[in-house]
Design a protein around this ligand. Structure first.
Ligand code: NAP
Length: 312
């Protein structure tokens, strides 16, 4: 496992972060794993050198994360969690109460990064004016070490909220959607985050389109149809086959994670799974060298105009 400094936070984070949400929620979303199996998954990651775990009150996995870290050295683990926002603006009291509940479920007395979860552009001014001061107060009290904000990518394809947030010098960490199919955050978000030395967490590295062949095919057909991908540049029957043909990557998920990991300005790539074999494979992926530059360039070229899909 390699480690990167998470921007201005100065935290030394593993490049692979365990995502306790996403389509799998550590196997809890469809109850395909027992709680102890999910705890074991997190511990498998920690044993392999991952020190970054992302959860949220909305994922209902904070207690699992708490159980997984209970016997570990807390100071060596970076816990990122989030306050759900919903459609109605939340109050300052609700934010404080939410953090207290997260701390209780996580079994800890501080979180390293506390985010506003899936903030939308139209909510931004309220949260900036009314809620940020409370976050800053909680930071002064030592209950949270750093303040973060995550986007709602499926509803904000142009990353408008994060573009707005990057104008204000108050966010220590952001979470942005980025993957080999849709690289639009490179210009709209990552460039400025880099200039401002903001910690960047990448979500949607696989999601469904890059973890399931049927979804990949559907996404590519849609992209050819919309004109965002030139059919002359891909083999529609085996669109990413070139990554595997010369042995550069062992699977599409392997290529997808390594593509994100090579992206300038990206610090932690979140990886969510409820499957121990997938976790083992993903840990191996993060130990491999970067994808060959010619493949990275080719992926940048093929998907350069894509803005309409997230890989959802
Ligand atoms: N707005 C937000 O704040 C927000 C939104 C989304 C996600 N997140 C965070 O980002 C994390 C990552 O979530 P994501 O949405 O980006 O999903 P992801 O981690 O890109 O996608 C994971 C999906 O890929 C599958 N998978 C993982 N490894 C695989 C492998 N080696 N081979 C085949 N399939 C594999 C998983 O299914 P299996 O269980 O079958 O492996 C899962 O369904 C979340 O856990 C969460 O922490 C935050």
């Amino acid at each position: 496992m390699d480690y990167r400094i998470l921007g201005r936070t100065g935290l030394r984070a593993s490049t692979m972060g365990i995502g306790a949400g996403g389509p799998s929620r550590l196997g809890q979303r469809d109850n395909i794993r027992s709680e102890s199996e999910s705890v074991a998954l997190v511990q498998q990651g920690l044993d392999a050198g991952v020190n970054f775990i992302d959860t949220a009150e909305g994922y209902r996995t904070e207690e699992i994360v708490g159980a997984a870290i209970a016997q570990r050295d807390r100071a060596r683990i970076i816990i990122s969690t989030k306050k759900s926002l919903g459609r109605e603006n939340i109050s300052r009291a609700a934010l404080r109460a939410g953090l207290n509940e997260s701390l209780r479920r996580l079994g800890t007395d501080y979180v390293d990064i506390y985010h506003l979860h899936g903030l939308r552009l139209e909510q931004y001014d309220y949260y900036f004016q009314e809620i940020l001061p409370t976050l800053q107060d909680l930071k002064r009290q030592g209950l949270i070490r750093f303040i973060g904000v995550t986007e709602h990518w499926n509803g904000d394809l142009e990353h408008k909220m994060l573009q707005r947030a990057l104008n204000d010098d108050v966010w220590d960490v952001i979470m942005v959607g980025f993957n080999l199919l849709n690289q639009s955050a490179r210009e709209t978000v990552l460039k400025k985050a880099r200039e401002k030395d903001i910690g960047v967490l990448i979500m949607f590295a696989l999601r469904r389109a890059l973890s399931r062949p049927d979804k990949l095919r559907a996404a590519l057909n849609a992209l050819v149809e919309s004109g965002e991908v030139d059919p002359g540049e891909i083999d529609i029957e085996n669109p990413l086959g070139f990554l595997l043909a010369d042995g550069s990557a062992v699977s599409i998920p392997d290529a997808a994670y390594r593509f994100c990991r090579a992206e300038g300005g990206a610090h932690v790539i979140l990886s969510g799974t409820g499957n121990a074999q997938h976790l083992t494979a993903n840990l191996e992926t993060f130990a491999r060298p970067p994808l060959p530059p010619e493949h990275i360039q080719r992926l940048k070229r093929i998907f350069r105009d894509v803005t309409s899909v997230t890989g959802q």
